[in-house]
Design a protein around this ligand. Structure first.
Ligand code: DCP
Ligand code: CA
Ligand code: CA
Length: 902
């Protein structure tokens, strides 16, 4: 069977068994195949490619007509992903087959199994055709079942009324109208730890209404129906982003702000705050859009002004993104769990749950911003979010209320019925408070000089102020229930700062007097500085379930690819990367009530400086994997993964990035190397016997293995504390810094007597730590990676000694026999390749760089320049390509360049 992990794969697997685990092997294979497919597509003539199959992940089962290779070409050519093997049923969106044997029909009964014609016809017609008519299983068997693709799963979960509802199974979606056991369980939702703070610790504050409640794809009734983070990280992440409203909200906001910076970066900041600002915000935005674009056959008589309506993904265990004012009158709030919202309905009243319509939401937002940007009275339209903006007037004198009404009318008409409200004030905080009074569908201008009268303040509590949440309000003791009118008179700046801390206390004090805190003021004065992107992040708080370290690594690769892409989009590079992991809290259930949700978790995080800012996916992936190991969270306990890139700087500011740039003049790079000196091996080695030179070399090699030559003391090394070295270290990625520091420490330890003991103790400590991490991750005390042997030797340190001695022996200057023997080179290259294949590219790099250093040290004394040049040829033409092939799995150009400086 050519297409399943059958004979062929098994054979290949046996080749690499000593190097890697199954998962790692298949992962590496998949990454390589995808990269090859991408390269293949890039080479295809532009006119012959398309995106018709984008989003399709195709697996071909059995013999097909056209054959598998032709289908592979077709899928890649038209933007799809081709799976060479099926790691799990969820990995493919479509299985292509001519027919299926009975066993497979059962196995794939819930999958989209289509005939090859579906691919051909779709490509021919330039769009993805409905798959059902091409179903190999016959329409009825497959039509009503959940499908593998995330999008379809969600559609079904959100709309199906056939999903059973009386089960205690937490994976079961409860129905809307019948409170069920499962729905009851969601009454006490699992707390979610999504605190933006970088802190470890047990969070047990239920955070139901927080906007950080996971809003991942809807629950499905089938565990294996969704591409999981472990089975297909790319498809999982794509699907997650497609359906995560929080992700979309943050992306939209970032995009709007980026657009602002691009449009206004040439303008100078204001010298004084504007005298009036308008704060404009859509009323119950998602709910209004969902209502306007609802399926009118399903909801023919829905009255938005009277009937409660909420937008959410599924049913009970998903949260309400937005609800209309009729629902709010009954106690429903944005962010509340749907089951909880439903329970607030009085007898006889139904809460209508509508699905998201992201495309319509984006369209309405675009219209909203177009109306505002088209208004000549505004100097700036400052984007606050997808549904909200602060408009800075050019001057005084316009009739604000007339202007606001004109804008509201234009927005309502051009969006087909979305209402927006406007708050007007002399500061951001006053405009924001006024907006609350304007809602829904109104305008309110906060007047008064210098600040509005008490009657205005009496309408708010401290929770209405920006930045004041439940925790801060609780610190105010009884004052949290008082009106702002009372607080204005009963508090002082010192008393607020004592209770809330200096920063928030100062902010609340300023707000009580109608003024903005310095940070908000900065947004009005110099918005470009505030909006310029400071960080790039991805936060996955749903669907995180792994079984092996290799799966986590694969997932981190995909995350690194995502954030690197974001960096590229905004023309930035990052100076630091933080990995934040959510780990199932002790005593928390393995599966929380929310299907594949995080449940109660502890958050741990660690940051690493990159030295030279980078946007390179290889650098980021390597740092992330190193951070993951440093955090040592057992893979089975992982529930959330977040990556945060900070210290962003412009692509131009970040220093050199290509090898040539980095190497500069006088350094040896691939381009500057001499042409190959000898293309023929030193001596041809006939099968079964070696020539005289080979014998000499082999003999020398054998000798060296028992008597390694090493004379480090003769080569003085700098100390890490030297100013020049410190500056050099600072410019390196953190992982490199660690390595170089360790090397330098080693050199010092060897030359100073007192340091030796310390060094030994430090090495012992490191070895113990490494063992602990291994045991922690594998749960067995075993090592994560099988050893790679070189001449039967597994200890990397000893291998290094052998290699060093080998290099020395081949450069002894004793005539034409000098230089490495081809067979030894072959053994060495094989070792380097095995290291790379076994996820130890860093060791491959180290051993290769060792050769380079050994040569550099001998350059002066080495009489026979031919041996030296031969070595150079081997390093650059044969070893470097192997390392380069593995760029994606390790620090790339920069690392290679640094270490390759001969
Ligand atoms: N949103 C969300 N989850 C939340 C809060 C908001 O998905 N917990 C989304 C849906 C909202 C949109 O953001 O429609 C805008 O948020 P708002 O806070 O402006 O809320 P609404 O527009 O829904 O209501 P309001 O009339 O109070 O502005
Ligand atoms: Ca709104
Ligand atoms: Ca809003």
């Amino acid at each position: 069977m050519p297409d399943s992990p059958g004979k062929d794969s098994a054979k290949r697997l046996s080749d690499t068994r000593e190097d890697d685990s199954h998962g790692g092997y298949f992962h590496n294979k998949r990454v390589k195949q995808r990269a090859q497919d991408r390269a293949l597509q890039a080479q295809m003539p532009a006119g012959s490619t398309s995106r018709v199959l984008s989003g399709c992940t195709v697996y071909v089962n059995g013999h097909t007509d056209p054959p598998r290779l032709a289908l592979h070409d077709l899928v890649v050519r038209h933007g799809g992903v081709f799976l060479h093997y099926l790691s799990s049923k969820g990995a493919a969106t479509h299985i292509v087959a001519e027919h299926l044997p009975p066993r497979k029909r059962v196995e794939f009964r819930n999958c989209k199994v289509v005939s090859p014609r579906w691919l051909l016809d779709s490509v021919q017609q330039g769009r993805q055709l409905p798959w059902a008519p091409y179903s190999v299983l016959g329409g009825s068997a497959a039509e009503n079942t959940l499908t593998l693709a995330g999008a379809d799963t969600i559609a079904v979960a959100a709309e199906s009324s056939t999903i059973p509802n009386a089960s205690v199974n937490t994976r079961t979606v409860p129905s809307v109208n019948t409170p069920t056991v499962a729905a009851e369980r969601t009454n006490t939702p699992t707390p979610n730890v999504s605190a933006p703070t970088v802190a470890a610790g047990n969070s047990n504050t239920p955070n139901v209404a927080s906007p950080t409640v996971p809003t991942a794809p809807a629950p499905s009734t089938r565990a294996d129906a969704f591409p999981t983070a472990a089975s297909d990280p790319e498809a999982f992440l794509r699907s997650y982003f497609e359906h995560s409203r929080l992700h979309k909200l943050s992306e939209w906001k970032a995009r709007l702000r980026q657009e602002f910076v691009r449009a206004h970066s040439a303008e100078p900041p204001l010298t004084a705050p504007p005298s009036r600002v308008l704060h404009i915000d859509f009323d119950c935005f998602f709910a209004t859009v969902a209502f306007l674009h609802r399926d009118k056959r399903r909801f023919p008589a829905l009255d938005f002004a009277r009937d409660p309506v909420a937008v959410c993904h599924g049913r009970g265990s998903s949260d309400v993104a937005s609800c209309n004012y009729a629902a709010r009158a009954l106690g429903v709030r944005n962010g509340m769990w749907a089951a909880s919202a439903q329970r607030r309905m009085p007898a006889g009243t139904t809460l209508t749950l509508l699905p998201y319509d992201f495309a319509a939401i984006e369209a309405a937002s675009a219209t909203f911003y177009a109306v505002l940007r088209g208004c000549p009275d505004f100097r700036w339209v400052l984007p606050v979010s997808i549904d909200e903006a602060v408009c800075v007037l050019r001057g005084e004198g316009e009739d604000e209320i007339v202007l606001a009404e004109q804008l509201r009318r234009a927005i309502r008409e051009r969006t087909g019925g979305c209402t927006a409200s406007v708050g007007i004030g002399a500061s951001l905080v006053l405009a924001r408070l006024a907006l609350r009074l304007a809602k829904p569908d109104g305008v309110y201008a906060a007047g008064g000089d210098p600040s509005p009268p008490d009657s205005f303040w009496e309408q708010f509590s401290v929770r209405d102020l920006p930045g004041v949440g439940g925790a801060a309000a609780a610190k105010l003791g009884g004052a949290d229930t008082a009106t702002l009118g009372t607080l204005r008179h009963s508090t002082t700046l010192p008393s607020l700062q004592t209770q809330l801390g200096n920063k928030l206390g100062g902010k609340v004090w300023a707000a009580l007097h109608g003024q903005d805190d310095p940070e908000s003021q900065r947004m009005l004065l110099d918005p470009c500085a505030v909006f310029d992107r400071k960080s790039v992040a991805v936060d996955i708080n749903w669907g995180i379930r792994f079984a092996t370290v290799a799966q986590v690594d694969a997932f981190l690769d995909v995350c690194a690819g995502y954030v690197a892409n974001k960096l590229r989009e905004c023309g930035k590079r990052a100076g630091s990367v933080t990995l934040k992991l959510h780990r199932r809290a002790a005593g928390a259930p393995v599966e929380p009530p929310k299907y594949l949700g995080m449940g109660r978790c502890d958050a741990v995080s660690q940051a690493a400086g990159l030295g030279v800012p980078s946007g390179d996916v290889g650098v980021l992936a390597t740092e992330l994997k190193a951070l993951f190991r440093a955090l040592a969270v057992p893979v089975q306990e992982l529930r959330g993964v977040a990556v945060h890139l900070a210290k962003l700087c412009g692509d131009q500011e970040a220093g050199p990035r290509t090898p040539g740039q980095w190497l500069g003049k006088g350094r040896v790079g691939a381009g500057a190397l001499p042409a190959p000196v000898s293309t023929t091996p030193k001596a041809t080695t006939p099968k079964g016997g070696a020539g005289p030179s080979a014998n000499a070399s082999a003999e020398r090699y054998r000798r060296l293995r028992v008597s390694p030559v090493k004379d480090r003391a003769a080569v003085p090394r700098p100390a890490a504390s030297d100013p020049g070295v410190a500056a050099f270290l600072e410019a390196l990625p953190s992982q490199l810094q660690r390595e170089v520091r360790r090397d330098l420490a080693g050199a010092i330890g060897e030359t100073t007597g007192g340091g030796r003991g310390r060094l030994r103790a430090e090495m012992q400590r490191r070895a113990e730590a490494a063992r602990a991490v291994n045991a922690h991750l594998t749960g067995s005390g075993g090592t994560l990676l099988a050893p790679v042997r070189f001449q039967g030797e597994a200890s990397f340190k000893r291998v290094c000694r052998t290699v060093e001695a080998w290099v020395a022996a081949t450069c002894s200057g004793d005539g034409p026999n000098d230089g490495p023997h081809e067979r030894d080179v072959h053994v060495f290259l094989r070792y380097v390749e095995k290291l790379c294949a076994g996820d130890r590219v860093h060791l491959a790099l180290r051993v290769a760089s060792l050769v380079s250093t050994a040569l550099a040290l001998r350059e002066g004394s080495c009489g026979d320049t031919r041996a030296y040049a031969e070595w150079e040829h081997i390093l650059v033409r044969r070893v470097l390509p192997v390392l380069n092939r593995n760029r994606l799995t390790f620090q790339t150009e920069r690392k290679l360049d640094v270490e390759w400086e001969v």
